[in-house]
Design a protein around this ligand. Structure first.
Ligand code: SF4
Length: 373
């Protein structure tokens, strides 16, 4: 089958290897851009959340490139993700794109349906080939996240503007082309040295502010949805501390859930006193990670969420209490297809400036170091 799928940050690098291992031809949509969002929004009900619209735009782009099947993730719980695939299938059908949908989700009753999806995905592939593809995909997903984290640490310390972003892009491309685990490891090894060289001589000016980023997973991970939040913060001299990992999400929500593990227990412990249980999406995780970040003594927290995202609206209402109790500044940013870059940037700059002054007062104006200060 020629299989397309929606983008989620740089996860496409791993998905391509997984699909090849399963004996399918991946049809990767072009990189998500403003046109993708406009196209998806045009065909979507207005009240649906931003990730739905961008994903639909990706699907339309993938189908234009000749895909005959869509791979999508599903879910269940108090959040709309569980309905996404079916609504998207109906919307595509309404515009004459009647294609097969394979939805990956944790089984919950009706096991025959999941079994059919699984067989359809693996049909015709030899077990050895599938396992090799899965291992390569897993290694690539971890490598992509390791590279992105190195870039987050390097960007505020880089000696030449935008060098980190360019270097990261080249390394991601190498990981994408890697055909074996050894090649992935080699790329990662040399990239570590490369990132160190980019920041070597810039580390003597002090150390940057550290801001944690929490929120809805798609909006945190997908640069178009968050208007390049991490890059913007890095360019303002901030080291971003990520709290969301796609590899972690797969481990928790696919492997551990399938084994019946209670994945919310550690989060409930961290969020104790603020939120008692799962509210869908990443709502509980946002509160739990924010409390953990405050204890780790990051300088502030940026919370990002799509307009009308129910789980994150719940979290947004609780975050002021976390902020007050732990004496940590929190900025909540709501995004949708109408969010203007200029206003977004201004809010980030004002928040970073505020946090810098606060840290400066606390440690005698010596610790924080921003490019314009
Ligand atoms: S978590 Fe929020 S944005 Fe994500 S699918 Fe659910 S409702 Fe939509």
């Amino acid at each position: 089958m020629r299989v397309t799928f929606p983008h989620l940050g740089n996860a496409y690098i791993a998905v391509e290897s997984l699909l090849r291992g399963l004996g399918h031809e991946p049809v990767t949509p072009p990189p998500t851009n403003r046109r993708t969002l406009e196209r998806g929004s045009f065909h979507s009900p207005a009240e649906l959340c931003l990730p739905f619209k961008i994903a639909l735009g990706n699907m339309l782009d993938g189908l234009d490139q000749g895909a005959d099947c869509v791979l999508m993730i599903g879910g269940w719980g108090p959040c709309r993700l569980g309905y996404y695939a079916e609504i998207q299938r109906l919307l595509l059908e309404a515009v004459g794109r009647d294609v097969e949908f394979i939805t990956l989700e944790v089984p919950r009753g009706i096991y025959s349906r999941y079994w059919n999806h699984f067989r359809r995905l693996t049909s015709g592939a030899r077990l050895g080939h599938v396992l090799r593809g899965a291992r390569l995909a897993w290694a690539k997903l971890n490598a992509v996240e390791a590279l992105e984290n190195l870039a987050l640490q390097t960007r505020p310390r880089e000696t030449q503007h935008a060098m980190t972003t360019q270097f990261l892009k080249r390394q991601l491309d190498l990981v994408r082309r890697a055909a074996s685990l050894k090649e992935v490891e080699d790329v990662l090894h040399s990239a570590r040295q490369g990132f160190l060289q980019l920041r070597e001589s810039g580390s003597g000016q002090g150390w940057p502010l550290r801001l944690g980023v929490v929120g809805e997973i798609y909006t945190v991970v997908e640069p178009l949805a968050n208007l390049n939040l991490e890059e913007r913060l890095g360019n303002l001299g901030v080291e971003v501390v990520r709290t969301i990992s796609l590899a972690g999400w797969v481990t928790d929500h696919i492997f551990k859930k399938a084994l019946g593990c209670d994945i919310t227990a550690p989060l409930r412990r961290l969020a104790a006193g603020y939120l008692r249980g799962f509210v869908g999406g990443h709502g509980l995780e946002t509160i739990a990670r924010s409390a953990a970040l405050a204890k780790e003594r990051v300088d502030g927290i940026v919370h990002i969420l799509p307009l009308s995202c129910m789980p994150e609206v719940v979290a947004k209402g609780i975050l002021p209490a976390v902020s007050r109790d732990h004496q940590i500044p929190v900025l909540s940013l709501v995004v949708d297809e109408h969010t203007a870059e200029c206003g977004f940037q201004t809010r980030l700059e004002a928040f970073v400036d505020f946090v810098q002054r606060r840290v400066g007062q606390r440690v005698g104006q010596k610790q924080a170091c921003l490019p314009w200060s």
